[in-house]
Design a protein around this ligand. Structure first.
Ligand SMILES: N[C@@H](CCC(=O)N[C@@H](CS)C(=O)NCC(=O)O)C(=O)O
Length: 123
């Protein structure tokens, strides 16, 4: 039964990925200099996520719309899952890893992440 629910969730997630791809958000435009500045800032941000998680898809849409070339890290297994657990305290996605100087902050909750990105990189 658990397996069936897992398969259905994954299938639904992949359907949402497809719909997201069909109705891709329009990217905001910046001048070359502005985009270069954003590209430089974005290096300190990493999104820990699952490919077919609806909350992650929603967050990735914001990243796409804001035209951010952010690295996404698959936390479903392996090194990135372990990093998320050790750094953030729990395996819940999406989670934004924010590096500020020597400090690292872990931001959970898709709505908080989207609000943060919109405030920092939005028009
Ligand atoms: N309220 C959270 C919900 C996030 C959530 O439930 N994420 C699920 C994946 S869709 C998760 O991380 N589950 C833990 C797991 O599957 O191990 C948000 O909006 O970010």
């Amino acid at each position: 039964m658990k397996i069936l629910i897992k398969v259905m969730r994954e299938g639904l997630g992949r359907l949402i990925v497809l719909i997201d791809w069909i109705f891709s958000p329009k990217k905001i435009k910046r001048t070359e200099a502005e985009q270069a500045d954003v590209d430089q800032q974005i290096v300190s941000l990493k999104l820990y996520q699952f490919y077919a998680c609806p909350f992650c898809i929603k967050t990735r849409r914001t990243i796409k719309r804001l035209n951010l070339s952010m690295e996404t890290r698959n936390a479903q297994a392996g090194q990135f899952r372990a990093e998320l657990l050790a750094g953030g305290g729990e395996v819940k996605v999406p989670c934004l890893r924010i590096k500020q100087g020597n400090d690292i902050a872990w931001m959970y909750e898709s709505s908080d992440i989207m609000a943060y990105l919109d405030k920092r990189f939005g028009e």
